[in-house]
Design a protein. Structure first.
Length: 368
């Protein structure tokens, strides 16, 4: 299986690749992870999952143009053919654009089935069919045995650009999360802890959350906000928090190797993202039994409903603050959502999803 991204990335798509390889390995299926992402490779090594460090052009501009693709195409196809023969691969699971194009070409030469995993990239690529990259992607897509969309919302966006003979290849499998044991962080006495996990960037709604958090903290003395993650907006967020003199109550925790250290000590989880196909963080919160307040966008409503959380408008910090206050000040609402989150956790358990959905999909492709 493959997933490539920039060196600094280890987001939901990269973690998905590691978790899929690990879950399949636990069920007796040998996997080889093909990537150049350092953290993904390191994670695989800790679990003794075989890896293959492949050739991948990091420069987005160079990847976009015609000449380098014609120049490198034989080499990129050859590396996948080598990988297939060296590891006796039965099926390829391809999770990023370049790998899907050249991995599928190699699979055709070696007569191996292919499954594509879309991590919200496909809708943008298929919309540009007149470019060389779009044409290559579109033509190789027809040779995938199955294409996994991580939400029904994403599938419908892709269907706007692909014909019906390709649409029949799609199947929806929502993302899940992996529960990890953790030592919960120490929380202030008599506090109500609201946690965010994600990139500290504008498109994750971090400025909406900052505004809502400042409002909540000024009106509710028990409120504590933990912001878990790193990103380019950290300095600006910190400045706004300091200007409000709330840096002891709205705290940037940075990156945590195990997010359950924060989630297991939290009362509520917030995720005000502006666009997401099927985000990992809300599923992690549900596995911890924590209710979720999230934006009503993308695939989020397919996971979060009124039994386990509250959905709010994108880019509306006032509505976000109102939803947080509703849960924080009403014990009956909080207990009901906590119960719903615990029940919902079974549906977002990634290992169960692999056993119930991905393993049969792989066997179907091999036997097709």
């Amino acid at each position: 299986m493959s997933r490539n991204a920039y060196d600094w990335q280890f987001g939901g798509a990269e973690q998905f690749t590691f978790n899929l390889a690990r879950a399949l390995q636990d069920q007796g299926v040998r996997s080889v992870v093909c990537s150049r992402v350092p953290e993904l490779l390191r994670s695989c090594h800790t679990r003794r999952i075989p890896t293959f460090r492949n050739l991948w052009l990091k420069n987005e501009t160079r990847r976009r143009w015609l000449f380098p693709y014609y120049l490198l195409a034989p080499l990129l196809i050859a590396q996948y053919a080598y990988l297939i023969m060296r590891y006796r691969v039965d099926v390829l699971v391809l999770g990023s654009r370049d790998d899907q194009i050249f991995g599928t070409m190699a699979a055709r030469l070696c007569r191996r089935p292919v499954i594509w995993i879309d991590h919200a990239d496909m809708k943008g690529i298929t919309a540009h069919r007149l470019r060389f990259l779009g044409r290559s992607y579109y033509s190789t897509m027809r040779h995938a045995n199955r294409i996994v969309a991580v939400s029904e919302s994403e599938r419908q966006k892709i269907f706007a650009h692909v014909p019906k003979d390709v649409q029949s290849k799609f199947v929806v499998i929502n993302n899940g999360a992996v529960r990890r044991d953790a030592q919960p962080l120490t929380r202030p006495k008599n506090s109500f802890v609201i946690t965010f996990v994600g990139r500290i960037e504008a498109d994750k709604g971090i400025f909406d959350l900052t505004e809502a958090a400042i409002s909540i903290c000024k009106n509710h003395s028990q409120a504590i906000f933990w912001l878990v993650g790193k990103g380019i907006a950290e300095d600006e967020v910190q400045q706004r928090i300091k200007a409000a003199k709330l840096d002891d109550r709205i705290i940037l925790l940075g990156h945590l190797d195990n997010v359950y250290e924060a989630l297991d000590a939290s009362d509520l989880f917030v995720y005000p993202s502006h666009h997401d196909a099927s985000p990992l963080a809300p599923a992690e919160a549900l596995l911890a039994g924590v209710p979720v307040i999230a934006t009503n966008i993308g695939g989020i409503p397919e996971v979060i409903d009124d039994s386990c959380g509250i959905l709010v408008e994108q880019g509306n910090p006032h509505q976000l603050a109102s939803a947080i206050a509703k849960v924080m000040t009403n014990q009956a609402v909080l207990r009901s959502l906590q119960t719903g989150a615990q029940r919902k956790s079974q549906a977002v358990d990634f290992d169960a999803i692999v056993g119930d959905r991905y393993l049969p999909l792989l066997m179907e492709a091999i036997n097709d």
